[in-house]
Design a protein around this ligand. Structure first.
Ligand SMILES: [Ca+2]
Length: 305
């Protein structure tokens, strides 16, 4: 399309009438659209090419129908900044690292996530809860000039859906989820969930994953007290939550088993329906650490190559 602005010295009506008389082919019945009070026409390329000389009988300015963009910028959420991801991106963004997200399921058609979700399994059915989508965005929201960016935006995500709409699962389902992650050779497992009591079976499957060299990251818990399982196992990185000032969040579990602190207050991330939402919790802190581990892994692999 061409946008043609006529000099205002000639009344626009006269120009239109004149052009119409020269261009009066039936198929050209409406060869343009007008902005009368601007003395401007929008003409498609074919009509313009065919009748160029007629338009140019008047003093005109002809412009291309250029692209115009909204002034939105991709936001780097405070947590992603806080963990120093931007500096690390210069040396890789997690490409090729396989991360199993054991959670409530991930919105696979979200524009920030769909390119990075490479597989998964659904161990429960029914309606989905947005928790898993939020966790996923913190790890891999794509660098695409809109929305937000995750800590390791090029890592590969595996959607291991083990929790129902109510945010609940069972020990047996969790065992299956971790086993699936081992069998499918995940490099990292993100576990933004927990239970207060020790479990021998859970300890064994965690040990099995550890022996395979899988890095496990789990949220410490939101009870303000003792760290829950699986975060509390020694071969799992337990993550407590801090706010923007670096202060431990009141809700965050703490003490034995809390190995690292990461952002978990006012965390902006993805939500089903191509949306975004701000949430609090150690569930949001763990994926920051998972993303960092992915950056480290991809970097060390690169160095070895
Ligand atoms: Ca984005």
């Amino acid at each position: 399309m061409k946008i043609i602005s006529f000099h205002r010295s000639t009344p626009f009506h006269d120009i239109l009438a004149d052009l119409q008389s020269h261009l009066a082919e039936p198929k050209d019945r409406q060869p343009w659209s007008c902005f009368d009070d601007l003395s401007c026409l929008c003409v498609n390329e074919q009509v313009y090419a065919r009748h160029q000389q007629h338009f140019h009988r008047y003093p005109v300015t002809v412009e291309e129908n250029v692209t115009v963009s909204v002034h939105s910028e991709e936001e780097i959420p405070w947590g992603v900044r806080y963990v120093g991801a931007e500096r690390l991106w210069k040396r890789g963004r997690g490409a090729g690292v396989k991360i199993g997200v054991i959670d409530t399921g991930i919105s696979r058609d979200h524009f920030e996530l769909r390119e990075q979700i490479k597989g998964g399994i659904s161990l429960v059915s029914g309606k989905q809860n947005g928790h898993g989508t939020h966790v996923a965005g913190i790890i891999v929201a794509e660098m695409n000039q809109r929305g937000i960016v995750g800590v390791s935006p090029e890592a590969y995500l595996y959607d291991v859906r083990a929790f129902g709409d109510d945010g609940k699962s069972s020990l047996a389902t969790i065992l299956r989820a971790i086993n699936w992650s081992i069998e499918n050779k995940m490099d990292i497992i993100n576990m933004s969930f927990g239970m207060p009591q020790y479990s021998e079976a859970l300890a064994r499957v965690v040990e099995k994953a550890d022996k395979q060299g899988i890095i496990m990251v789990a949220s410490a818990g939101n009870n303000g007290g003792e760290v829950e399982y699986p975060a509390r196992y020694k071969n799992v990185v337990g993550v407590s939550a801090i706010d923007q000032k670096g202060k431990l969040a009141d809700f965050s579990s703490r003490g034995k088993g809390a190995n690292v602190k990461a952002p978990g207050v006012d965390i902006l991330s993805t939500w089903p329906g191509n949306q975004f939402r701000t949430l609090n919790g150690t569930s949001m802190a763990a994926p920051h650490v998972t993303g960092l581990k992915a950056l480290q892994l991809s970097r060390s692999r690169k160095t070895k190559e």
